[in-house]
Design a protein. Structure first.
Length: 397
């Protein structure tokens, strides 16, 4: 019953030029998440850790940074936990690859014949762990962009065991750093493969990397998953922060695959909509937001609704007053000004026809019970009235 820990897209050494003074802090958070993933593997007593590409954010890393990462992998080796890595698209296996420049097993103090730390390459595309009855495949290319699908013509378990000259009866696990083709959503990328290719691969589990949010599925009898980044690489990746614990159980021919998500990242995300009609003053809004303050929270606030004339808000001031209590803070004002008094435009004008049509649509939506449509149409009518009354009072976003 092999137990695996699957992670990807750690992006150690990312520069985070958009974060300014917080860049170094975010790099440390990413390394801390990597360290927590290693600790999880030790605590949960897994046999193999799979790192599916982009362990490093680029191939241009100083030796001290590589040594620091290898120190974590050495912790696994000391406990006889095997690590298998594949290059990604950021740390790709080109001529300048970090995996060509540095001998990771040697840096971890391992002998050349050790299977405790393996980097799969175009020349060494798989490794077989006999005592686990587990074969791990990593079809990768010596370039960032793949000339074809890594699963084209691939069939797991087809190779014979050199010791017996018989086809191996073993659990089959694959590792790919790339994108699953999704019609209408993902149709091109540096590395692309299809659901049909996964289904025909003969793999029991396909460990994926490249997408920074958690996603899991099944193609044919093959279970596949993206764990997402252990810690968000960008601050809009609210599906990041996890690694996966994978247990393969049952007969080799038809094993059961159990996938468990484990949180290792610190950063949390919250999206908050605030109806400005519920706010009387700017100070009240600030007090409500301060109640949510946390140094690990990315808070995205959107102001909605119709703002009363008595409400005087300066969003820049709000950001300065409360933003320091969060890891990152964003405030967007999409509210509209209050509906001006007065009659509708004359019915023989374009504005008058449009206003009356919107009123008719609101009534029809309310009668049909489609409140969401009614609310959107009311907002359109409000915008029309305000634009007609005083265009400068409205900001369209």
């Amino acid at each position: 019953m092999p137990r695996l820990l699957h992670m990807a897209d750690v992006h150690l050494g990312a520069r985070h030029d958009d974060l300014g003074d917080a860049a170094a802090q975010q790099r440390e958070r990413q390394f801390a998440a990597f360290s927590r993933a290693v600790e999880t593997a030790i605590e949960r007593r897994v046999e193999v850790v799979l790192i599916c590409g982009d362990l490093f954010d680029s191939n241009a890393q100083p030796r001290r940074s590589v040594e620091r990462a290898v120190g974590e992998l050495a912790r696994l080796a000391e406990r006889q936990i095997r690590s298998v890595l594949i290059p990604g698209t950021h740390d790709c296996y080109d001529g300048a690859s970090i995996y060509r420049a540095f001998d990771l097993p040697a840096m971890a103090g391992l002998p050349p014949d050790s299977d405790l730390l393996t980097v799969l390459t175009p020349d060494v595309a798989s490794i077989y762990f006999r005592e686990l009855e587990l074969e791990v495949h990593g079809p990768v290319f010596p370039t960032k962009s793949a000339p074809r699908s890594p699963l084209e013509g691939f069939r797991a378990g087809a190779a014979a065991d050199p010791a017996t000259n018989q086809t191996r009866g073993s659990y089959q696990v694959g590792m790919i750093h790339g994108s699953l083709r999704l019609e209408g959503k993902v149709t091109s990328d540096d590395v692309l493969f299809t659901s049909d290719e996964i289904a025909a691969s003969g793999l029991h589990y396909l460990a994926l990397g490249h997408w920074h949010s958690l996603l899991q599925g099944k193609s044919g009898s093959t279970v596949w998953a993206y764990p997402g980044a252990p810690e968000p690489v960008a601050l809009d990746q609210d599906g990041a922060g996890h690694v996966l614990l994978v247990t393969i159980d049952g007969p080799v021919a038809t094993p059961h695959i159990n996938v468990e998500s484990v949180a290792v990242g610190r950063t949390r995300f919250q999206h908050l909509d605030v109806d400005v009609a519920s706010i009387t003053t700017q100070d009240e809004l600030c007090r409500r937001l301060r109640e949510l303050a946390h140094p690990d929270l990315v808070l995205d606030v959107r102001l909605l609704g119709v703002a009363p004339d008595s409400l005087d808000l300066d969003t820049d001031e709000v950001g300065r007053q409360v933003g320091g209590g969060f890891f990152r803070f964003r405030l967007r004002d999409t509210s509209i000004a209050a509906l001006p008094e007065g009659p509708l435009p004359p019915p023989d004008t374009i504005a008058g026809v449009l206003a009356r049509d919107l009123r008719t649509r609101i009534a029809a939506a309310e009668t049909a019970g489609t409140e969401e449509v009614a609310a959107e149409t009311r907002e359109a009518l409000h915008l029309l009235r305000v634009l007609l009354d005083e265009p400068k009072r409205v900001t369209l976003v």
